[in-house]
Design a protein around this ligand. Sequence first.
Ligand code: FE2
Length: 422
Amino acid sequence: MNQIINARLRGHACLHTLRWTDGIISAIEPQADTLSAAAAGSEGLDAGGKLVIPPLVEPHIHLDAALTAGEPHWNRSGTLFEGIERWAERKALVTREDTKTRAHRTIRMLAAHGIQHVRTHVDVTEPGLGTLQAMLEVRDEARDLVDLQIVAFPQEGIESFAGGRALMSEAVAMGADAVGGIPHFENTREQGVASLHFLMELAERHDRLVDVHCDETDDPQSRFLEVLAELTRVRGMGARVTASHTTAMGSYDNAYCSKLFRVLRQAGLSFISCPTESIHLQGRFDSYPKRRGLTRVPELDRAGLNVCFAQDSIVDPWYPLGNGNIVRILDAGLHICHMLGYEDLQRALDFVTDHSARAMALGEGYGIALGRPANLVLLSATSDYELLRTQGHVLASIRHGKVIMRRTMGELSWAEGPAGPA
Ligand code: FE2
């Protein structure tokens, strides 16, 4: 494979031909007309006027817990707290091979939907860090399908878990790409704040990215985001720091938010919302009216902050569904966040492509431009809006110039009979 003809690029009126050499994009040529399929040649692909975009991105998932729902028991209430209980049962059965097998199966599910960049959180509140070692191996073994970023994630806390700080430092020394945190889960407010100081210092000292599970609760008093943002501003690390979830922001009052947003803009950090997971797990202490339990996605976006959507879980004790398709998450997120207005529909894919790539600090390793990797995805639709409206799919995924996945859509046929109105 060395070219795609009749490619529709986002933001361009005319079709394009894209060519690459040794896996690097070498030409992006506007076409005056639609070319015949034969023009693609034996080494090319005819996009047929459909969208060609850079790969979809999964910026927040837990591969070490994926595909464990129901083992040994299902989460019958569906709550976060029963999920923690069910995970404790399953965690006792985890082996290195089990972790790797499930992670590879899940990565293939993601790749089947055009995802080539993945950030996974890996629980490091585990003496010995066997799961992290297994996932570092997966990062190498899966590189033909995806680029994997690993976050050292202290599921049970940094300050309130015995040896938490040492485990985080060891995880970074072993090769974790990013430093995580869970300040709202620490035993006290002071511990939560101390954990943020510790993890930011650790990340800066070792030149790592930061992605904190921050204020993942409906509690309006959970206000660790302001601390993370201020530490980010002071250290000038905005391009390298992400706040995941921040669902408490959906419960903050507007007066507090107006002050908070000033700090957020100064810090310039990124945000990840996991809409299907959050609408499922949050709002559980409410009767009616019932909160949606999401962060303020459109408000962050309108304030010029970088926001994207992610899956969080696939078939684990906290969330029983999921098939790797990030466009399903985008669909849900736009609905839940009141973002089906005309303008948002025209640019919907930003929230699962460019914005996510920015949160993951992919830089010039991402995007359709000369000299960048020929990582390209062919979609079944001609626009963001049409992809969502038709619940479209990825038809082909090209990685470093090679096709790694093709999909043929099912065909619709009508039974013979009286014809209705056209
Ligand atoms: Fe998460």
